[in-house]
Design a protein. Structure first.
Length: 300
């Protein structure tokens, strides 16, 4: 029971740190000249290095994946299409909009997974999956219009990047499953962050955009990198040792909740009634999927 309690705490703290780091990143974008690509590459490079270091200290097989060429190719592909894409699109959604809506729109990823798996298997989704898709579509419409169907409450770029973040999160969820089972979470997440960070850094020449920041701003960067990335991933991954993935996914709803509350409290982000209902409809998809997974496990 004590181990499960610790697992539940870790599974809650991880998403909270993700959500709060998004709010901190929004504050950086609004108050400094920091470049999105620079922050993304730094976040991934430092966090990936620290996670690999943690794996070495705990004697995890961090280099095992490189002993198999096909697995190495898959890791590099995941680093670009999964890890780098979800990090980049999420932070672009924040920089063009705000942390709250970016986190909420990213939570459309379960619906994208439902649609993808249905097409892949040539089968109709279940009733709960259909309800999930309808709920997510209605929620998205309410979030981006706030009830005014003839106009957008968000910049078009923010909506596009938010939807791309959801696609990236779906790819991030589906793509590395075999790698994670065979080599473990710490090596795969650590190397994908490090490789993905190098790709973003080289592609955007991020070193040329080194910002001039004040002391407090550097502390915010440190929070995004250490607490909002490395520790957030580490806590969430460790929680899976004592709680079910379905339970952890439900607790992941803390991320948009934290981002929304902190953005409203500290960054003057506001939602009208329609926007709040939209957020509930989107985040509620996670709970619908949890119910579906629980029922499937209980069915003999």
């Amino acid at each position: 029971m004590q181990k499960k309690t610790v697992g539940l705490i870790l599974a809650s703290v991880g998403p909270f740190l993700w959500g709060s780091s998004g709010t901190v990143a929004q504050h950086l974008f609004e108050t400094t000249s920091i470049e999105t690509m620079w922050l993304v590459s730094l976040r991934m490079l430092v966090s990936g290095t620290l996670l690999i270091g943690y794996g070495l200290v705990t004697r995890a097989p961090v280099f095992e994946v490189f002993h198999h060429p096909r697995a190495t190719v898959k890791l590099v592909a995941f680093s670009l299409l999964g890890m780098a894409s979800v990090q980049l699109t999420y932070f672009m959604a924040i920089s063009t909009g705000n942390a709250a809506t970016a986190a909420i729109l990213q939570f459309l990823s379960p619906v994208i997974i439902i649609i993808y798996l249905s097409i892949l298997s040539f089968s109709w989704p279940s009733k709960i999956d259909v309800i999930s898709v309808i709920s997510a579509i209605l929620g998205t419409i309410l979030i981006v219009t706030e009830g005014h169907l003839n106009s957008l409450a968000l910049p078009v770029a923010a909506v596009v990047w938010g939807l791309l973040a959801a696609v990236g999160a779906a790819v991030y969820t589906l793509m590395p499953q075999q790698l994670l089972k065979r080599y473990g979470a710490i090596p795969i997440v650590g190397w994908s962050m490090l490789i993905g960070g190098l790709m973003v850094c080289v592609a955007t020449r991020a070193w040329q955009h080194w910002p001039q920041l004040s002391g407090p701003a550097w502390l915010e960067v440190g929070f995004v990198v250490i607490f909002g990335t490395m520790l957030a991933y580490l806590f969430f991954l460790q929680s899976l040792e004592s709680v079910l993935p379905t339970t952890a996914s439900v607790l992941g709803a803390i991320e948009p909740l934290a981002a929304t509350i902190l953005s409203v409290l500290f960054l003057n982000v506001s939602f009208n009634g329609y926007g709040i209902i939209g957020a509930i409809l989107i985040v509620g998809v996670t709970f619908l999927q949890f119910i579906s997974a629980r029922d499937a496990m209980m069915t003999p």
